[in-house]
Design a protein around this ligand. Structure first.
Ligand SMILES: Cc1cc2nc3c(=O)[nH]c(=O)nc-3n(C[C@H](O)[C@H](O)[C@H](O)COP(=O)(O)OP(=O)(O)OC[C@H]3O[C@@H](n4cnc5c(N)ncnc54)[C@H](O)[C@@H]3O)c2cc1C
Length: 450
């Protein structure tokens, strides 16, 4: 009997277990361009924690690789299927189980879309704040597994800072509860945050207890242009004193790409800084004075939410404008905030050396930059140079005291770079933990851990 027949016997004939290769192929990869993938032998659209437990118990017994999948919006090949693997998709487990407005938490199934939780919280005057740009389609389980970031992290922190408790199914099929719904809790080792960011290698997260906050008032938005990236990044560093809830930077290559598509008036700028403040609008006036100290060309602000949309448009169009120019490869390095300028200058050298267009934009408030490498569609040689440049950018960031990935994860495309910044001893500890939790290494093999 095949694995599919056995699994059907164990899960019941009504289980959503798909083996049609025309369908399973669409579960084989995420959004990472050059990551390896293979078609899984089957996809389980899990409807309960118990189904996942049953499937994992069987997979453990038979040494079958298992890849957990949320929405597949990842950018590091983390959800890519490997040969003869079973993909377990959480997309059907999309129930918001409880919202406790008094104690400011929500319990959700892992397949709940990030924005759906925030929308439900909004009806009660609350917010689920972690805001990856993919929030309208990525799942909270995927956000937990990658420890996703976003624009508001500069003030509110990344996903891990919003997670109180988890239900996890281990490789053996055992179901465990970690953490507590209380705001504080130090009764055990902090195993919740061992699983946050583990990219599906230690267990499958099935339920999540997340923080909600009283909804912040609509922010004031400020845009300032500067003659050089050097001055813009110094200004951004200085703007941190205002406690921004968003602080973004775009270099000239990015601005030129946007201008070529949607002229917004940034043609003479060498760089742009965008900032949002939850507090009073008057602080924006002070912030503009700060920008003036860095040779600001022009600066405006508004606390009208409609204006904010216009002011932020250049940031929203950045990635799409670059995609129009060719195939793109997005890096996700994070450097100390004071090193943003050195990163951008180093990236310019890498672009020239490899004869590529590389634009840089990203989260100036926490140094998490997205150098975006562009090469012509179908140009194999350009693709090869892009992959070389991708690695050189990571090594540059590491040499500046930074890290290979700020928010997208290591997945399958950055494991080679982990050794540069993580000691042998720490890698051994990680392998020890993996062995304890997943002795046959069935969970997302070849990902995250070098
Ligand atoms: C246009 C665009 C914008 C983006 N913007 C951001 C951004 O601003 N910030 C950011 O951090 N990321 C961003 N991303 C990347 C991506 O959206 C995030 O990594 C997101 O958290 C992935 O969620 P997902 O549900 O799609 O997970 P998937 O891509 O399906 O999976 C991601 C990883 O998590 C694992 N996984 C998924 N669900 C579970 C689970 N329940 N249990 C255990 N492991 C699991 C998978 O095995 C894989 O390793 C962006 C992506 C795109 C395409």
């Amino acid at each position: 009997m095949s694995h599919i027949s056995h699994l059907r016997d164990l899960l019941g004939s009504d289980a959503l277990l798909i083996s049609d290769p025309n369908i399973t192929v669409s579960y084989s990869r995420d959004h990472a361009v050059f990551a390896q993938s293979a078609s899984p032998f089957a996809v389980l659209l899990a409807r309960s924690t118990q189904e996942i437990s049953t499937a994992l118990r069987y997979a453990s017994e038979h040494g079958i690789p298992v890849v957990a999948r949320g929405a597949g919006s990842g950018l590091s090949g983390g959800a890519n299927a490997t040969a003869n693997s079973l993909v377990i998709s959480l997309e059907k487990m999309n129930q918001i189980i409880t919202i406790d407005a008094q104690n400011l938490w929500a319990r959700v199934q892992a397949g709940v879309i990030n924005l759906d939780l925030d929308t439900a919280a909004k009806e009660l005057g609350l917010a689920y704040l972690p805001d990856p740009a993919s929030r309208s389609w990525s799942t909270i389980g995927g956000n937990v597994a990658t420890n996703a970031g976003g624009m508001c992290c500069v003030k509110y922190g990344v996903t891990s800072q919003h997670i109180r408790a988890l239900q996890v199914v281990l490789a053996s099929g055992e179901i465990i509860e970690l953490g507590s719904a209380t705001k504080k809790g130090v009764t055990t080792l902090d195993l919740v945050h061992l699983f946050v960011g583990s990219e599906g290698t230690l267990g499958i997260v099935t339920e999540i207890t997340a923080n909600l906050q009283v909804r912040p008032s609509p922010p004031a938005t400020l845009v300032a242009t500067f003659p050089t990236i050097d001055l813009a990044s110094s200004a951004a560093h200085s703007l941190l004193q205002y406690g921004p809830s968003m602080l973004e930077i775009l270099d000239q290559t990015t601005l030129q790409a946007v201008e070529a598509w949607h002229p917004l008036g940034f043609e003479i700028a060498g760089a742009v800084v965008l900032m949002q403040l939850d507090e009073r609008k008057e602080r924006c006036e002070e912030a503009l004075l700060t920008c003036a100290r860095f040779e600001m060309i022009d600066g405006v602000f508004s606390d009208d939410p409609k204006d904010a949309q216009d002011l932020l448009r250049v940031r929203q169009l950045a990635y799409l404008a670059l995609e129009r120019m060719g195939s793109v490869l997005l890096d996700d390095v994070c450097v100390p905030v004071g090193q943003i300028c050195a990163l951008v200058q180093g990236v310019e050298n890498i672009a020239a050396r490899n004869n590529l267009v590389i634009a840089v934009f990203g989260h100036a408030g926490d140094g998490n930059m997205h150098p975006t490498i562009v090469h012509d569609h179908g140009d194999q040689e350009g693709a090869r140079r892009a992959i070389v440049a991708f690695g050189e950018i990571i090594e540059l960031a590491q040499s500046l005291g930074g890290t290979a990935s700020g928010e997208h994860g290591i997945g399958s495309i950055k494991t080679n770079f982990v050794h540069n910044e993580v000691s042998k001893e720490v890698i051994e500890i990680q392998h020890g933990i993996k062995k304890l939790l997943d002795p046959r290494s069935i969970l997302n093999p070849g990902k995250k851990l070098p």
